[in-house]
Design a protein around this ligand. Structure first.
Ligand SMILES: NC(=O)CC[C@H](N)C(=O)O
Length: 270
């Protein structure tokens, strides 16, 4: 069965996800950039990339995508949020929220601390134990030679501070003594990857590594849900519509300019 996986292409590291998905050895997978409700409706699953969650929410509101995104996830179509995408999917941002709050899609029963791991300069890389579901992923995906762990790259990353009872924890990060010494109230460990039914979220960025297992795991979730819910549309139709999307520019609304971003520039803040 052909599948269409969309990548929300409003802001952030969407191009890297498109490249990762396109690298999966699956001839029946169509990958599309999503900027409008019309092209979202053609997708069987969606990735919300990393970037800056408050900006992403503002742009999504401007494109009329907030409600369609909630409906899409609410129907049980799989959604995977990485980093800012994880924040966007959370039911609550419990720390580090913008003054006046920020709009979330919600649905995932977690509370996140938005910038738990600090600023851009505190970005880091580590290896974490691979959950069983990642180790058993098939699809002949490229990965590095260590199966039991995976490369986890944290860029201005959030952490999950609370998980609801239906949330499966897929990854945890144990804080170093040094990290804990900075602030005595810091926990020994935090959750950095979760799954709740058709929703997947990771605080790190698999799309900037060449290990494709997280993408393969997500495509497996999309495949299972399309078998249950039916396919959204023929992949060729979705691809055609998304090609139109890819060339759209954000609607102008001079009365509400986008905020100036004051955090340091990075490839994830285009
Ligand atoms: N790399 C990222 O996606 C960073 C997310 C950022 N902490 C936010 O609030 O959106």
């Amino acid at each position: 069965m052909s599948l269409t996986v969309g990548v929300l292409a409003l802001q952030g590291s969407f191009a890297e996800h498109v490249t990762s998905l396109s690298g999966l050895p699956d001839p029946n997978l169509a990958v599309v950039e999503v900027k409008t409700p019309a092209s979202l409706a053609k997708c069987d699953g969606l990735i919300i990339p990393g970037g800056e969650s408050t900006t992403m929410a503002l742009v999504a509101r401007r494109w009329g995508l907030i409600e369609p995104l909630r409906e899409f996830a609410g129907k049980g179509r799989p959604v995977w949020g990485t980093c800012a995408g994880m924040i966007f999917l959370a039911n609550a941002a419990v720390a580090g929220t913008k003054e006046g709050g920020q709009e979330l899609i919600g649905g995932l029963d977690i509370g996140v601390s938005r910038n738990f791991f600090g600023a851009q300069i505190n970005s880091f890389e580590t290896r974490l134990p691979a959950p069983q579901s990642l180790q058993s992923v098939q699809r002949g995906v490229p990965r590095d030679n260590i199966k039991e762990t995976f490369r986890a790259i944290f860029i201005r990353a959030p952490a999950v501070m609370h998980v609801g009872k239906d949330v499966e924890v897929l990854g945890e990060y144990k804080l170093t003594d040094e990290e804990r010494a900075e602030d005595a109230s810091r926990p020994e460990k935090v959750v950095v990857a979760v799954r709740q039914g058709s929703l997947l979220a990771t605080a790190f960025h698999p799309e900037v590594t060449d290990d494709r297992r997280w993408h393969a795991l997500f495509v497996d979730m999309v495949s299972a849900s399309a078998a249950k819910l039916g396919k959204a549309v023929e992949s060729a139709d979705a691809k055609q519509l998304a090609e139109t999307d890819a060339h759209l520019v954000a609607p102008k609304d001079v009365s509400k300019p986008l905020p100036v971003i004051t955090t340091p520039q990075s490839p994830f803040m285009r």
